[in-house]
Write a protein that binds this ligand. Sequence first.
Ligand SMILES: NC(=O)c1ccc[n+]([C@@H]2O[C@H](COP(=O)([O-])OP(=O)(O)OC[C@H]3O[C@@H](n4cnc5c(N)ncnc54)[C@H](O)[C@@H]3O)[C@@H](O)[C@H]2O)c1
Length: 440
Amino acid sequence: MIRLAVIGMGGRGSDLTAKLARIDPELTVGAVVDPDPAGVRLRLARLGLDGPRWQLQESQFISLENLVERPASFDGILIATRDRLHTPQACAVAKTGLPVLLEKPVAINREQLDSLAETFAGRMDSVVVPFPLRETPLFKRVCEIVRSGVLGIINHVQAVNFISYGGTYFGNWYRDYDLCDGLWITKTTHDFDYLNQLLGVRPRTIAAMETRRVYGGDKPADLRCSACAITATCPESPQAMLRRGDSGGVFRGDAGQVGSLRPGAPSPPAVRYSDLGPDDHWCMFSSISNRHHDAASCLISYENGVLVSYSQNCVSRRSAGSRGARITGYLATLEFDWNRNSLTLIEHHGRQVTTENIDAPEDGHGGGDELLLRNFLAVIRGREKSRSPLDDAILSVAMSLAARESCRSGRSETVDVPPEMNRTRVARVNFSVERTPQSR
Ligand SMILES: NC(=O)c1ccc[n+]([C@@H]2O[C@H](COP(=O)([O-])OP(=O)(O)OC[C@H]3O[C@@H](n4cnc5c(N)ncnc54)[C@H](O)[C@@H]3O)[C@@H](O)[C@H]2O)c1
């Protein structure tokens, strides 16, 4: 029976715990480090974890120091606090030697990145970082096609993330730049990771630009729709969201998702620790978000000569949402989109155009969460190594830092990895063919 210790049992921590409990019904949570025990209990109950085993006692809420002193009481540790706590907490628990599931972004600045790499040098495989995109059936199929060589020599990738739920980053806790250190770090880390896996070689330089033309503004940080004079006409009001049948990803309060506002969808659960009423949310035009971008682009050069352009936009909505890429090779072009779960392969020198629709679960990040959680349990049991190890996540944060710095400097920046990384391979996801036939 696996005994888990959870550090940060908020929205994501409780969701991952519930998914783990579905995969392994015997799993128990031995201890929780979280300053909000009442909120933890509420979230677990809301997710159906309300049996006797899930009635967490006061004594099970412990400090981080206490957890580190009792490694024999646990088999694995899940860290799902907010972004800037990930590195210090991961480094603190490293001395337990236990496998860790560490949420992204694994670090938010250079100092954190270096200390994480130093602390986990030689055991990056004992950490699973939830990058679910890399485990989705669509992405696996894309990698299979790329590695088969049918595209010929690849020279270009055009990647996009037109985020249909971009309200998340302006109406939820992410709106406070100081809590997540910006979208290059907290959001783009996912996309940089899949691009690295796809190409299988190291990124060399990044030139980035960003803008904010829609969200943020001069509204007070504590303004919410119910207290706002223009809520009747604001396109981001709860009423407007209901009319269009789409929340745009706006969360309610400090945590707790509004959920789908589509007709017939179950009503959203109450959020105890929110100050907000059930049909309320924080203003998305507030000064607290003024350091965020709402659109950004970058150019990445890889060491084999492939060029990648990447664009991210937070104001896209509904079916305008798109996440995926167009990969151009000498022999063919491959396009794929997670929002549509489909890919198209277009021959350049023949007549064939092939479209494939790939089945994927609607929740759990297209099935990626479940596969990585199964991998985490197997790492705990000593049967597998991490399929999403820490050094891959460190590389993706190194790219995020280079992109952020490039926006500041106005120059192309080198992707600088900690010295420990120079000894490790870059992309290690387990595809059937390890090297792309066209890589040089
Ligand atoms: N991999 C993914 O696809 C994915 C998806 C969603 C969120 N996330 C990441 O998960 C993390 C958590 O996001 P969330 O939306 O659940 O946030 P949240 O605010 O709902 O949860 C954070 C939890 O940490 C607790 N906490 C605060 N200070 C703490 C401390 N010092 N020690 C221990 N616990 C503390 C809070 O009480 C809360 O329960 C973020 O870093 C986010 O980027 C990843």
